[in-house]
Write a protein that binds this ligand. Sequence first.
Ligand code: PGA
Length: 257
Amino acid sequence: MKKFLLGTNWKMNKTLAQGLAYSEALMAIIGKYAQFEFFIIPPYTHLWKMKEALAAQKSPLKLGAQNMHEQDFGQFTGEISPLMLAEIGVDIIELGHSERRQYFNETDEAVNKKALAALKHGFTPLICIGEQQADKDYGVSPEMLAKQLKIALTDVPATAIGQFWIAYEPVWAIGVGGTPAATPYVEEIHNFLRQVLIDRYGPSGQAVPLLFGGSVNINNASDYARLDNVDGLFIGRSAWEPDLFEAIMAAVGAVVK
Ligand code: PGA
């Protein structure tokens, strides 16, 4: 059975002590929800300790990094390489989050290079795409998203299907001040993205996991999760407390097959 993906990016939040307390609590909860594949994406500095904590409990909780440089080593001060993350045993590499694009000039081309490097090193790239409010207002969201997706997946072969995930996160829906997306809009865009993947890969495009994110919360999570082409939810603020995250698991658990 293909599991529904449920995970959270902490962004630049939680000290190590807070992060460890959170993951202990989460590991205790997730055993109750076999229908989900769970992942957490803490800051880099937490990854070693987190990995140790997960391994000590043989937890199925997957661990991700929030970014990665595409080179194995070199003169790139402040960057972290695939070899370093592989040594820790990280599973997922989040790429192209809107905050990386907005504040750190991450481009579609860079996301593509990083995605190829992540696949080469055996990680699961979690490639984030999303349109701006202005794109939506001009009615060009599909074009913008298709461009981001096609560039990110350049040279990514069909044999990699299943090893990479796509998260659609409308920029205007993300974070404090974001507006949750209407369910029919999410449905329309996810159906569109599925078609882009099928055009690119043929019928096997159907098997690429498509997650939704951006102000996912207890009130809207199950509505999004019910949609045919939503294979997971990628949650920020509403998953940063284990009990609030568990409320979402319970709500979504009632609707996913
Ligand atoms: P949010 O963050 O759920 O707090 O809006 C989502 C994200 O940035 O992935």
